[in-house]
Design a protein around this ligand. Structure first.
Ligand code: MD6
Ligand code: FE
Length: 201
């Protein structure tokens, strides 16, 4: 399906692949624990918890948004991306290079994500590839101007969204997560993985 350049692949990842990805994440969070990011300036906490995989990770704190090579609390490098994740990137990105960053967002309780653009990368020539795992979410997206018209899409476990080309800088967010809609995560909730290129080629 194609909505203004936002591509949605419902159910692209089968249950086995989803379970493999979750298992890889369980290992990764032992090395790079979930942390609560803070909004720049206000210091208000995000409602999601985050971590990263790859050579670079996206972090947010009072100083601002940025990519860095190390975990903000442990100071250690981010764990590598498992092969199953790289396979998803190569299947849908149409981009020859490897992703440099995988942001992991974990939604529990009433966690949501306000409308934003992914624009902290130096280079926008590669798409952002997003993988949904666990409970279904209501994804909202619009154009490249804040305040423009928006549409929604439900993202279920195993769905993949690709934002590239003219949709690369679209505003988007998560209005809500529908608890109890997936059995993938024993503790419930939703995981979103976003794979990105960060640096100029
Ligand atoms: C989420 N997704 O699905 C949040 N960003 O939880 C994103 O922020 C996102 O889905 C860039 C491209 C696709 C996305
Ligand atoms: Fe985003």
């Amino acid at each position: 399906m194609n909505y203004d350049g936002v591509r949605h692949f419902p159910g692209l990842l089968d249950r086995t692949v989803q379970e493999t990805l979750v298992e890889g994440l369980r290992e990764a969070v032992k090395q790079a624990p979930l942390f609560v990011p803070l909004m720049p300036r206000t210091g208000r906490p995000f409602s999601v918890r985050m971590t990263n995989l790859g050579v670079l990770g996206w972090v947010s704190d009072r100083a601002g948004y940025r990519y860095q090579a190390t975990h903000p609390e442990t100071g250690k490098p981010w764990p590598p991306m498992p092969e199953a994740l790289l396979e998803v990137w190569h299947k849908v990105s149409s981009f020859a290079g490897e992703p440099e960053a995988c942001l992991v967002n974990f939604y529990q309780g009433g966690a949501k994500m306000g409308l934003h653009q992914d624009k902290d990368e130096e280079d926008f020539s590669a798409p952002v590839v997003s993988i949904s795992l666990g409970d279904t979410a209501l994804f909202r997206f619009g154009g490249t101007e804040r305040g423009g018209k928006t549409a929604t899409l439900k993202l279920a476990s195993g769905d993949v969204v690709v934002m590239g080309g003219k949709s690369r800088l679209c505003f988007h967010g998560i209005d809500r997560v529908y608890s109890g809609t997936s059995t993938l995560l024993k503790e419930g909730g939703r995981i979103n993985l976003t794979l990105r290129r960060v640096r100029k080629p």
